[in-house]
Design a protein around this ligand. Structure first.
Ligand code: NDP
Length: 279
C-alpha cells in the first residue's frame, strides 16, 4: 500500500527568512501526528498572484500570508470568512472545491492568548492602541467575545474613527460600545490595554495620555521580544498587574490556521515554551 504524500503548506511574505511559522507548524504536526511539509515562499507585489496560484495549481493545500501581502491576499481570494471580510486583510488561504478561501486568524490568536493568560475579553473594558492591519484583525473577535467597552486610539485618529464607525454601522453588530480618539484620549479605567502599534519594533512607545489600569489589569504588546518591551515596562510601573508580549498570539494564530486546514486544534503552550526558549 502506498503511503499518501504529506500535504504541502507554506508561508508567503517579504522578507520571509525570519519567519517562525515552519517551526510552529512542524511542531503542531508532530504533536497531532499529522504529516505535512511547510516551506517559506519569498514573493514581490508584482509576482504575488502568480506565486499563490502556482502554489495551489501544483497541489499546495494552504498558505499563511505575512507582511506585506495580507491585503493582496484578501483581494485575490474567491471566498472570505466574515472576519476576513471585515479585516480587509487575511493571513490564511486554502483551496476548497477549486476556489481559494481566506480567513484572518490574528483575532482568534489574540482571543486564545488572552484566555490562556486568564483575561478573557467578556465583560472587560478594553483600550486598543493602534488602527493598522493588526488592530483591524482583532476588533471584531473582541466584540464577538463580549467585551464591555472598546476604545480605539491611534496616532492618526481618523483611522481609529473610521474603524469605530465601520463597527457601529455594521448591521450584524451595530456596536454601541465602541469609541475612538487620539492617542491622548485615554480617559477611563481599563481591564485590558492592547498595544497594536508597531512602535515597539523601533524601541519606542506610543505617546498616549496617562493610562489608568483597573486592579488585576493586563497590558498586552502584540510585538514580542526576548525582554519585556518598553510598553510592557511602562505598564508595569504604571500599575498593570500583568504584562504579556505577542509571542502567544503568534503561536495561537498559527494554531487557528492549523485547525482550519487539518480540523484539529493543536496545543499552544508546548510550542510557545519552545519558541520562548529560542528568543
Ligand atoms: P501597520 O503598519 O498596519 O500599522 C501600524 C500601526 O502602528 C498604526 O496604527 C500606526 O499609527 C502605529 N504606529 C507605528 N509607529 C508608531 C509610533 N511610534 N507611535 C504611535 N503609533 C505608531 O502594522 P500592523 O497593524 O500590521 O502591525 C502592528 C504590530 O503588530 C506590528 O509590530 C506587528 O509585528 C504586530 N503583530 C503581531 C502579531 C502577532 O501574532 N503577535 C500579528 C500581527 C501583527 P498610524 O496609523 O498613525 O500610522
Amino acid at each position: 500500500m502506498n503511503t499518501p504524500l504529506p500535504k504541502r503548506f507554506a508561508v508567503i511574505g517579504n522578507p520571509i527568512e525570519h519567519s517562525r511559522s515552519p517551526f510552529i507548524h512542524a511542531e503542531f504536526g508532530r504533536q497531532t501526528h499529522i504529516s505535512l511539509e511547510y516551506d517559506k515562499l519569498l514573493s514581490t507585489p508584482e509576482q504575488f498572484t502568480d506565486t499563490v496560484t502556482t502554489f495551489f495549481n501544483q497541489g499546495g493545500s494552504g498558505l499563511n500570508v505575512t507582511v506585506p501581502f495580507k491585503e493582496n491576499a484578501w483581494r485575490l481570494a474567491d471566498e472570505l470568512t466574515p472576519r476576513a471580510r471585515h479585516a480587509a486583510a487575511v493571513n490564511t488561504l486554502w483551496m476548497q472545491n477549486g476556489k481559494i478561501y481566506a480567513c484572518n486568524t490574528d483575532g482568534e490568536g489574540l482571543i486564545l492568548d488572552l484566555n490562556r493568560l486568564g483575561h478573557p475579553p467578556k465583560g472587560r473594558s478594553i483600550l486598543l492602541i493602534g488602527a493598522g492591519g493588526a488592530a483591524r484583525g482583532v476588533v471584531l473577535p473582541l466584540l464577538e467575545n463580549g467585551c464591555k467597552q472598546l476604545h480605539i486610539i491611534n496616532r492618526s485618529p481618523e483611522r481609529a474613527r473610521r474603524l469605530a464607525d465601520e463597527l457601529a454601522n455594521n448591521p450584524e453588530l451595530s456596536a454601541k460600545n465602541v469609541s475612538a480618539g487620539t492617542l491622548a484620549d485615554t480617559q477611563g479605567q481599563w481591564d485590558i490595554v492592547i498595544n497594536a502599534t508597531s512602535s515597539s519594533l523601533s524601541q519606542a512607545i506610543p505617546e498616549t495620555g496617562h493610562i489608568r489600569y483597573n486592579s488585576k489589569a493586563l497590558a498586552y504588546d502584540m510585538v514580542y521580544a526576548a525582554k519585556p518591551t518598553l510598553f510592557m515596562q511602562a505598564a508595569a510601573s504604571n500599575g498593570a498587574q500583568q504584562q504579556a508580549d505577542g509571542l502567544g498570539m503568534l503561536v495561537a494564530q498559527a494554531a487557528a490556521s492549523f485547525a482550519i486546514w487539518h480540523g484539529v486544534q493543536p496545543a499552544i503552550a508546548p510550542v510557545l515554551n519552545l519558541l520562548r526558549a529560542q528568543l
